[in-house]
Write a protein that binds this ligand. Structure first.
Ligand code: FES
Length: 93
């Protein structure tokens, strides 16, 4: 049966977490556990990928590690809490 709710496209968020050495040592190791910390309502709306060095650490203007990307936008000094806040902002924008 066709359901009207099928017409409503849910917005998703793509997250790329840098697992390069510098990011990993500067807090990125914790970020690898993001999925376990996501609120239940966000779990099916977030695609999480790991990446080797995103090459953001080579340029001071990018900020400080650990780095991640949310829908292609660079984030610096990322923590699990800041990432969850960014995800919620992105879904509400
Ligand atoms: S190690 Fe993360 S951007 Fe280079």
């Amino acid at each position: 049966m066709f359901n009207l709710y099928d017409l409503v496209m849910k917005k998703n968020v793509d997250i790329v977490i840098c697992s390069g050495t510098l990011c990993y040592l500067m807090g990125g190791a914790e970020l690898q556990m993001l999925n376990e910390h996501l609120p239940l309502e966000l779990k099916d709306r977030v695609n999480i990928k790991g990446s080797p060095c995103l090459n953001l650490c080579d340029f001071p203007e990018n900020g400080r590690p650990p780095f991640a990307k949310i829908n292609g936008r660079n984030l610096s000094q990322v923590t699990i809490q800041s990432l969850i806040a960014e995800i919620q902002n992105e879904l509400n924008s």
